[in-house]
Design a binder for this molecule. Sequence first.
Ligand SMILES: Cc1cc2nc3c(=O)[nH]c(=O)nc-3n(C[C@H](O)[C@H](O)[C@H](O)COP(=O)(O)OP(=O)(O)OC[C@H]3O[C@@H](n4cnc5c(N)ncnc54)[C@H](O)[C@@H]3O)c2cc1C
Length: 390
Amino acid sequence: MYKKNKKNVSHDFKLYKCCGCEICADACPTKAIVMKENKEGFKYPSIDNDKCINCGKCLKVCPMRNSTFRVQKYEKPIAFAVKHKNEDDRSESRSGGIFTALSDVVLNNNGVIYGCILNEKFEAIHFRADNKEIRNLMRGSKYVQSSMKGIANQVVEDLKNDKVVMFTGTGCQVQGIRQVVPINLQKNLLLVDIVCHGVPSPKIWREYLQYMSKKYNGKITAVDFRNKKDYGWKDHVETIEINGTKHDSKVYTNLFYNHVIIRPSCFKCPYKNLNRPGDITIADFWGIDDVVSGFNDNKGVSLVLINDNIGKEYFEKQKNDIIFKSVELEKTLQPPLKGNFIEPSNRKKFWHIYYTKGFEKAIELYGVIRKASIEDKFRRKVKNLTNKRK
Ligand SMILES: Cc1cc2nc3c(=O)[nH]c(=O)nc-3n(C[C@H](O)[C@H](O)[C@H](O)COP(=O)(O)OP(=O)(O)OC[C@H]3O[C@@H](n4cnc5c(N)ncnc54)[C@H](O)[C@@H]3O)c2cc1C
């Protein structure tokens, strides 16, 4: 139980796993919270105790501690396989282009979209779009934690001004927005969460860009975290454009899949299950060939989970723009919908090598796909046995 005293507030932030959504900093009425990057490059709240009035708002909005009761939430999500009818829209999107179809409904209704873009320094940040040009920058997955600075307050402001708002982000970001928006303003809010493996460190992303820039002796001009146009939907190759020339690589991709650069709280994520925080959940539809034969053309299929009546209403509104098939939920369950990944035993070693020997040495050892160590295999076995006994 939360008790009002200064010690508790700061202690709680340390004790509880912080997901870095930044909602507490936005929600704080006295601006006592500033987000600061730690050694790994992830942001954590730092509290100015002279400004803190112990109101507890920061703890109330934290998505790692709370989940607001939702009247209309379905007992279990309704699942669909989706492809956007427009091939250009699908090709620009990570999976089947459902984000474009849903956000078109909102934009056509004079609404606004919040999602993740890359800024001029190729940093991932959340941003507001009131037109398709800016919305299009949100398409494509940026495999790095995005900054949410100031976003929660902008969302609330838009809703107060009677705008229809669609917010997209990771499960924790979406739940944070749900916590911070007063119930009476939620009628015009559509929340869409992406199924998320975990968010990588912005510091390592910066290091990687510097490394590529040095290696090819030039300025980064464009990046594509997952080059679907050249490699198809299923492959995962990043493409970094330097002085206009494209360079393909799997170094960053491998660091991501080896789980060594993922935020610690992602290994204890409360949203790696079917208790979805969004009205709609979107993902890549992995395993589609076993569920709907002939639907996959390697240009991208979205998995769409409808979690409540608001989600259903918007899904109905965009149906003309998509090809869709109703599917059995049980057949759609990829690992991040079933539970947390085990933190790899060598995550600490990766960071130790990075701090002591630098980025290049670290990627020499960890920028290739790692076979599970004996220790990891043993831990997985023990976990499986424990789960079976539960
Ligand atoms: C860090 C990360 C991990 C992911 N892990 C998985 C996974 O394990 N399984 C899986 O099926 N899919 C994963 N995805 C992909 C995600 O499911 C796709 O964004 C989704 O399939 C949407 O497809 P689309 O074609 O409609 O999206 P697009 O049109 O490509 O739109 C992309 C959407 O993702 C949002 N977005 C992009 N980058 C970020 C970011 N860094 N933080 C928050 N929001 C972002 C944008 O705002 C936009 O709403 C991950 C994406 C990210 C960013």
